[in-house]
Unconditional design. Sequence first.
Length: 252
Amino acid sequence: MRGLQGKGVLVAGASRGIGEAAARRFLEEGCRLFICARGAEGVEEAVRELRVLGEVEVDGMACDVSDPEAVERLVETAERSLGGIDVLANNAGVAWQEPFLDITLEHWDQVLDINLRGMFLVAQAVAARMVARGHGGAIVNMSSTNAFEGEAGYAHYNASKGAITMLTRTMAVELGAHGIRVNALCPGKIFTPLQEEAEDPEYTATFEREKIALGRSGTVEEVAAAYAFLASDEATFITGEMLVIDGGQLAM
C-alpha cells in the first residue's frame, strides 16, 4: 500500500485473531508498531513473534481499554515509543452468545465497556494527540456486520457495534478539518482459531453454504488487508465509511 512505510501504528487488541493479523500486515508494510491487549502474557508473546518477522520496531503493553487511566498510559507510551501515532487500528473487543432475556446487567456492561467505551477512550486519546501534532492521521475502528443485522443471542454485542458506526461517522465529521480520517471495518463471518474451537463444523458448513455468497468464511488476513488499505494513501479521500468484509453475507 502507498504511504504506510515508516508510519507509527498502534494496534489495540492485537494478541490474537484479526488484531494479530493486522499487526503482521502493518509490519509487512514497513510500519513501526506498538500493540496492546488485556493480558500481559499475550502481549509479550505477540511482541516476541512479531519481532521475528523483521527489523522494524515493535513494542507493546497490557491495557484494559475500558479504564481511562490505563488508556492514557497506553497512548502516552505508544506515542513515545513510535515518535508519534500516525495510525490507530482500534480493534479491541469481546463477544459471547446468550439470549436477550438472560443477559445480566454485569454482562451488558462488560461488553459495552470494552467494545464501545474502550473504543471511544482509545480513539479520543489518540485523536487528541494527532490534532496536537497537526500532521493528520488515520483511525480505523472495528465494527461488524452485526451493526446492520440483529443476530439472535448477541443483543449486547449488536448494540455495541451499531453504536460504533455512528461514533465513527461523528468522529469523521468532527476530525476531518484536522486531516484525520476515521473509518470502520465491518467483518462478517471470519475464520479464527476461537471460532474453530467454539463452533460446530456442521453449523459452519451450513452457514457458509446458505448465508455467504462466496460460500466460505473470510480469513483474518483479508480483514488485515482492509485495515492496511483504509490506513494507507490509497484511501486518502475515504472517511466516515463502514467497509463491509463479508463475502456477500449482507447481500443475501
